[in-house]
Design a protein around this ligand. Structure first.
Ligand code: ADP
Length: 435
């Protein structure tokens, strides 16, 4: 008689897009079964489930979180699962609430809110003595009194925004009132509600993205990548190339700042995607730390190709209460317990976010087909298609496509991105014109 097979650890994965399929491949490799809560705008056919998915559980997490929690509680009672997680930033607090309610591993509700609300985040970072620009907070009705004491230019952003939604630069005190009104308007139309705002001093310098994984309070920085040097007034994302070529002392300063931010924000277990700017080209200032694998899974791709780590797989293992198996001491140049654990880079990886480059109804997207046979390109994730309507900034519609590629060096990645700038082009017809 054969012994019954031990159940595999099971994690509820909230709002993961199935088009970023490598996240599901990672789950399979990590030995995790997934219960997928699909994105409301995505249907998942029961006979064509992504790898590792054993069940699909539709929930309206954003529209009715109370009911969604009740359904998960009921399911946990009848068919227990080991953890719950998400790569979708707005769902991070919900996931933390569920984990806390069911006694599963997770961030804790208070810490999840502190990483999501930019006002709380800035306060916690400032209290911990980290580099923070001057800032003031406004509640959802807050009236601007005209004198902030801030140095211009400043950036106005929704307290709970994501994907750069509404983030807008104001160059002078005279502009600020109008910019605040514009950001409030974007919040009302895109988030469907009024929200508090933060106004903070503009940080110049190159922008960096850092991928990391924490386990029991020990943070391993997997990669530090270059995100361009956006100057606003709106901050559409563009390129991501890792590893960023940085002098060793700047690299160490970035690692120290990111590790300190984990502890200031209470992120002791799980992945994080941190964005910073290097003021004066040298001094790291945190823009935000998201307690999740970034970019719906793009961060996993980058970390994997730069270091060999399985970030998504280990993030799922930590969500299930297990130890990571790929992000271990063998990846880093300093051993366990070191304050600056940075993984060795063994390759380079990049993400090119195709810019909208206009607005109207998309008629043709040129250049994507040519990339199918390029050996450097691993994934073309297309989000917008002919027929879709792109509204002009700041009314952000979404990104047309991601092009994920691996290279021998960051310089090669840069050259590849230059070639994409001339290869890829989107044609538009005025809105309302026939398709
Ligand atoms: P979101 O969570 O909506 O992405 P962020 O705070 O990350 O909001 O801001 C989005 C982008 O706006 C950043 O990646 C950066 O390019 C720019 N940005 C935000 N705050 C500042 C700032 N204080 N100084 C300079 N650029 C900023």
């Amino acid at each position: 008689m054969t012994a019954p097979r031990a159940p595999r650890p099971t994690v509820v994965l909230v709002y993961q897009r199935t088009s970023l399929r490598w996240v599901f491949d990672s789950a399979l490799r990590a030995g995790i079964d997934l219960v997928l809560v699909p994105r409301p705008d995505e249907s998942v056919a029961p006979d064509r489930l992504p790898p590792a998915v054993v069940d699909v559980l539709p929930l309206d997490v954003e529209g009715d979180p109370v009911k969604a929690l009740a359904i998960l509680r009921e399911r946990y009672g009848s068919t227990p699962f080991d953890g719950i997680t998400t790569l979708y930033d707005p769902a991070v607090p919900f996931v933390a609430d569920v984990a806390e309610a069911l006694g599963l591993p997770g961030l804790g509700s208070a810490d999840a809110r502190a990483v999501q609300d930019k006002r709380l985040m800035r306060q916690r970072l400032a209290e911990a003595g980290l580099n923070v620009p001057g800032f003031v907070v406004l509640d959802d009705q807050g009236v601007w009194d005209g004198d902030s004491g801030l140095t211009f230019p400043v950036v106005v952003k929704p307290a709970n925004g994501f994907s750069s939604l509404g983030v807008t630069k104001a160059d002078s005190a005279e502009q600020l009132g109008a910019v605040i009104e514009e950001v409030r308007q974007v919040c009302r139309t895109k988030l469907g509600r009024a929200t508090g705002l933060i106004v903070e001093e503009y940080l110049d310098g190159p922008e960096l993205a850092v991928e990391s994984l924490a386990h029991r309070g020990e943070v391993t920085v997997l990669s530090i990548g270059y995100k361009g040097e956006p100057t606003g007034p709106y901050f559409e994302e563009g390129v991501y190339r890792a590893p960023a070529p940085l002098p060793p002392d700047v690299q160490d300063a970035v690692v120290r700042e990111v590790v300190a931010a984990h502890s200031a924000l209470g992120v002791t277990d799980g992945p994080a995607h941190t964005e910073l700017r290097l003021r004066g080209g040298a001094r790291p200032y945190l823009l935000e730390l998201g307690a999740r694998v970034g970019g719906s899974g793009v961060s996993h791709y980058i970390a994997e190709h730069v270091t060999g780590a399985d970030l998504a797989g280990d993030a799922l293992r930590i969500a299930a209460g297990l130890a990571p198996t790929s992000v271990t001491d063998s990846l880093t140049r300093s051993g366990s317990g070191s304050p600056t654990r940075l993984a060795r880079a063994t390759g380079a990886a990049a993400n090119y976010i195709v810019p909208c480059g206009g607005s109207g109804r998309i008629t043709t997207i040129h250049g994507l087909d040519e990339l199918a046979d390029d050996p450097r390109v691993d994934h073309v994730v297309q989000m917008l298609h002919p027929g879709d309507v792109v509204r002009p900034y700041p009314d952000f519609t979404g990104y047309p496509a991601f092009i994920l590629s691996h290279h021998g060096s960051t310089e090669d990645a840069e050259e590849f991105h230059r070639s994409l700038e001339s290869l890829i082009r989107i044609d538009y017809a005025p809105t309302g014109a026939a398709q």
